[in-house]
Design a protein around this ligand. Structure first.
Ligand SMILES: Cc1cc2nc3c(=O)[nH]c(=O)nc-3n(C[C@H](O)[C@H](O)[C@H](O)COP(=O)(O)OP(=O)(O)OC[C@H]3O[C@@H](n4cnc5c(N)ncnc54)[C@H](O)[C@@H]3O)c2cc1C
Length: 391
């Protein structure tokens, strides 16, 4: 398992209670991790040393400069292992992750080596706190995780990865680029999904990106990429992408979608490039006449951050089921704009009990929006969002 990775999965509200033995196992795992967590750098160093000794081929899955990898994989592994008491959330996710890892050429022996290295690194750090009971809990949980991933990988008949060529790279602002790609064969994504992506400027540093258009027959995809401060991959994409570059993609992931048959209206909340997967869904809905009513709250610090507003407004002008509400945090009150943060603007209108809610944006924006909506009285199972990255 590598680690472009993944973290807090939303807890589905209808999850089954775990059996007491599993609850006890997870408690042991959490207690041990609480003691170990401050030493993540040491644990990671030991972990990689052991992994590359046990399975030297796995070294090729990681960037040349391991500094950028830091504690990512260890933190992702620990996070996932702690979730084995939530199979309804975890298993579908692990299956996606297992399919995604086919792009590295991961084989069962590598999973074994990862498990052995993780347990050895924790044992080395925890000393007397690493009791046989604790070890058994970690081993069992890791086995559940690895098995779900491997089963999904083994039963997947799709290609392990896809490639696509950059046909357009346009700077929309100093820190934002639009990139269009043409794949050799279409990537089979659904509107609202995302993929892990590797670009030639940053080999082996896989990051998630969301196509902003609905799947097209010719397979063409458009991405919006924001350069984050200190970001290894996003800055390289925005500043150094060339026409003709070949990007590699893992299989599509994610659960943002609109159910046209549910009879429920939809509230979409997007911050920054979080608009991309929602635009993909809207692009798809626009092919149909009879859609649920969709309201999009699209926010950023200032007017200039709402780079996709004109596109959205053009779509709304020809699609009466769509309403767009721009939200800005600073400036004078302006007609047609709401002032404030996205969570403030959305909850000003209540709890949206009749709506399915899709939230997309940075981890902090998603966290703030979901928690404020819950306080305002929205139910958790109304709200969908994709996992955050760790870091
Ligand atoms: C499901 C999903 C879909 C995504 N879709 C898109 C997309 O369509 N377009 C897009 O531009 N990005 C998208 N991202 C974010 C993207 O995957 C990368 O995390 C982001 O580009 C930063 O990568 P980096 O290598 O430049 O930064 P790193 O080198 O990994 O991190 C550098 C610094 O930036 C911080 N950081 C990392 N990610 C973010 C972030 N999202 N916002 C603010 N700070 C961050 C880190 O904490 C760290 O301090 C998506 C993420 C997820 C989880």
């Amino acid at each position: 398992m590598t680690a472009d990775a993944v973290s807090p999965l939303p807890r589905s509200s209808h999850h089954r209670e775990a059996p007491p033995a599993v609850t006890a196992m997870v408690r042991l795992i959490r207690d041990a991790w609480m003691k170990a967590e401050p030493y993540t750098p040491e644990i990671s160093q030991f972990f990689y040393g052991m992994l590359f000794t046990l399975a030297p081929a796995t070294r090729d899955f990681f960037p040349i400069n391991m500094e950028v990898q830091r504690g990512r994989l260890v933190r992702a592994l620990v996070h996932i292992v702690q979730m084995v008491d939530r199979p309804d959330d975890l298993v579908p996710f692990l299956r996606q992750l297992g399919r995604d890892h086919r792009k590295f050429g991961v084989i069962p022996r590598h999973y074994e080596a990862v498990g052995t290295a993780l347990l050895a690194a924790l044992k080395n750090q925890l000393g007397p706190d690493w009791t046989p009971e604790v070890e058994r809990a970690w081993a069992e949980a890791f086995t559940i995780v690895a098995r779900a991933m491997q089963e999904a990988a083994a039963s997947d008949t799709n290609p392990a990865s896809w490639s696509a060529t950059v046909v357009e790279h346009r700077r929309l602002s100093w820190d934002l680029a639009l990139v269009r790609l043409q794949p050799d064969q279409p990537v089979p994504y659904l509107p609202g999904q995302y993929m892990s992506v590797e670009v030639p400027q940053r080999p082996r540093l896989w990051r998630y990106l969301s196509p902003a258009n609905a799947p097209r027959e010719d397979g063409g995809m458009e991405f919006h990429v924001r350069a984050v401060d200190g970001g290894w991959v996003s800055r390289a994409i925005v500043s150094h992408t060339q026409l003709g570059d070949v990007w590699r993609f893992g299989p599509p992931l994610g659960r943002l979608k609109v159910d046209r048959e549910s009879g429920r209206d939809v509230l979409m909340i997007a911050g920054g490039t979080g608009i991309a997967p929602l635009s993909s869904i809207l692009d798809n809905l626009a092919q149909w006449g009879d859609n649920p009513s969709v309201q999009v709250f699209y926010g950023g610090p200032g007017r200039e951050d709402l780079y996709d507003l004109e596109q959205l407004r053009a779509l709304a002008a020809t699609n009466p089921w769509l309403t767009v509400v721009p939200v800005v945090e600073r400036g004078q009150p302006t007609a047609g704009f709401e002032l404030g943060t996205l969570p403030e603007a959305v909850t000003r209108h209540g709890a949206w009990p009749k709506h399915d809610v899709l939230v997309s944006g940075s981890p902090s924006m998603i966290r703030a929006t979901v928690s404020r909506m819950l306080v305002a009285g929205s139910a958790l199972d109304q709200i969908k969002y994709d996992p955050f990255t760790i870091d």
